[in-house]
Design a protein around this ligand. Structure first.
Ligand code: SAH
Length: 510
């Protein structure tokens, strides 16, 4: 069998967006991914679902797999003819024993490539607002390990050269030796007032930055209880943080939200929240499934040209409709002359993505808005197709029929409750680490309630409930829960804007 190949890929410091494009492409072709403690597991989503994923990092404070075992694993997988991705935190060749792995592979005749990554020190500086070099302050930079090598004690370093011969210093793995490091630097000529920043969990929403001086930092860290992983940045450049910090100033920085939308729609929402510095966890409480019987929808779709109007009230409805249009071997031309009504901007955008422009998007993005505007237009004798959801309200059907329209409302899709989500949600809620759960429809709440029943009250703790609009809020309140925040405009964008406002206001009060 032909031997496989090993790709040593830098996963970057944590923020998944900091993986290189080449690394991502390479992950997408992997048969096996062998990853570390500091490589963000979210990156595994870029590997094929069928790829084997093996964790070789630390488990709860215990040691990682011994290096020999990791090496043996790389060899075994490569010899099996597989494309092996060795995903390492930061850059593979900076303090991650990537050099040792490469030498081992080379000695065993295994072909390999190295794809660099953004190393933690550089990323921590960028996200903490510290330019590592600055013309006015320093012209040199050194990366150092603060970890004792078995045969080379840290205390035996040439501290005088380090203290006086270099500008900015970044220590990796230095937290347990922080006192020794700062003492030695002062003793050998660095001013005790030199600013120091300790950046923990850099580039992730739980990033924490502590600033002190060489004299104070060890005590500051002990007092604040900051633990590894963290990098220590020493030098005058640290002062720039005051004016250049940005990441931890983002409106939703440090907040953690649970998104309960179906997976296909969660991504856009999650990205908007992440752009504001939030951490998002997506566990859908609803899933979209086709109706059990497609015949009524198909029958209506086949005679689409006979209708005066087509009302679509969700992106799922849009996708279901166009899927059946294609399945029935029809196309956009069959919609000529049919008035297209979209309930809101997102639905309108979904229609536009299919190459059609809606004729009507009501001012009020709700069923009420659709009814009002259609009634104003006059519907008596009109034939209207309204592909609906099982659990939707009947308002549109009732009101339009009352006004003399013929409304055909076949089921377009249904929502079902995904299995196996309870445990994860329970764990998150009982750990008390969720700031809020975001509900994007009544059914996302109903299903959560169905999962936990009365237990939800005790589980909720200090987790708040955010709602996308009045109907969802009503559902939440009806069951005796408080709605901390509701979007003004019934869209995800409006919900994100409301969340930003909410925390900005709360911050103002602190
Ligand atoms: N190859 C990695 C470093 C591995 S050594 C890289 O290039 O970044 C492990 C050390 O890296 C940790 O002890 C810590 O000092 C640092 N580190 C890694 N990820 C970090 C993060 N997100 N925030 C702060 N420090 C981090």
């Amino acid at each position: 069998m032909a031997i496989g190949k090993v790709y040593l890929i830098g996963a970057g410091p944590g923020d998944p967006g900091l993986l290189t494009l080449k690394g991502r492409d390479c992950l997408a072709r992997a048969d096996v991914v062998i990853y570390d403690y500091l490589a963000n597991p979210l990156l595994l989503d870029y590997a094929p679902a069928t790829a084997e994923k093996l964790y070789v990092g630390k488990v709860r404070g215990n040691h990682s797999l011994p290096q020999e075992e990791t090496n043996a694993l790389l060899l075994e997988k490569a010899r099996a003819g597989l494309q092996v991705v060795r995903l390492k935190g930061g850059d593979p060749y900076i303090f991650g024993r990537g050099g040792e792995e490469a030498v081992f592979l080379r000695e065993h005749g295994v072909p390999f490539e190295v794809i660099p990554g953004v190393t933690a020190g550089f990323a921590a500086a960028a996200y903490a607002g510290i330019p590592l070099t600055h013309r006015d302050v320093t012209a040199s930079l050194a990366l150092l390990t603060g970890h004792d090598h078995p045969e080379r004690k840290l205390s035996s370093l040439d501290w005088e050269k380090l203290a006086t011969g270099l500008g900015t210093l970044i220590f990796y793995m230095g937290m347990s030796n922080l006192k020794l490091i700062s003492d030695e630097l002062i003793k050998h000529g660095r001013p005790a007032a030199t600013p120091v920043a300790v950046v923990q969990w850099a580039t992730l929403p739980r990033q924490q930055t502590l600033v002190g001086t060489l004299k104070t930092i060890a005590e500051d860290v002990a007092r604040a209880g900051v633990e590894p992983p963290a990098v220590i940045i020493i030098g005058e450049v640290v002062k720039y943080r005051e004016e250049l910090r940005w990441y931890d100033n983002l409106s939703l920085f440090g907040k953690r939200f649970l998104i309960t939308r179906p997976r296909a729609q969660a991504a856009g929402f999650a990205r908007l929240l992440q752009e504001q510095g939030a951490e998002t966890i997506c566990i859908p409480t609803i899933e979209i499934a086709p109706p059990e019987d497609l015949r009524p929808l198909d029958a209506a779709v086949q005679r689409i040209g006979d209708f005066d109007s087509l009302i679509l009230t969700s992106t799922n409805g849009v996708e279901a409709f166009f899927a059946r249009l294609a399945a029935n071997r029809l196309d956009l031309r069959n919609l000529a002359g049919v008035q297209l009504v979209a309930v809101g901007p997102k639905t309108a955008a979904a229609i536009e993505a299919h190459g059609l422009r809606p004729d009507l998007v009501p001012e009020k993005f709700q069923a009420e808005g659709v009814v009002e505007e259609l009634l104003a237009q006059g519907v008596a004798g009109k034939r209207i197709l309204y592909p609906r959801v099982e659990i939707a309200r009947t308002l549109i059907i009732d009101k339009l029929q009352e006004a003399g329209a013929e409304v055909v409302a076949p089921l377009a899709y249904r929502t079902i409750r995904p299995k196996g989500q309870e445990e994860m949600i329970r764990r998150l809620l009982s750990a008390g680490e969720l700031d809020a759960i975001c509900f994007s429809s009544s059914s996302t709440f109903d299903n959560l309630l169905a999962m936990f029943g009365d237990e939800l009250k005790t589980l909720q703790g200090r987790t708040e409930f955010f709602s996308i609009g009045p109907l969802t809020s009503e559902t939440i309140r009806k069951h005796g829960f408080a709605v901390a925040l509701q979007a003004e405009k019934w869209t995800i964008d409006a919900l994100v804007a409301a969340m930003v406002d909410y925390y900005n206001k709360n911050r103002g009060q602190n």
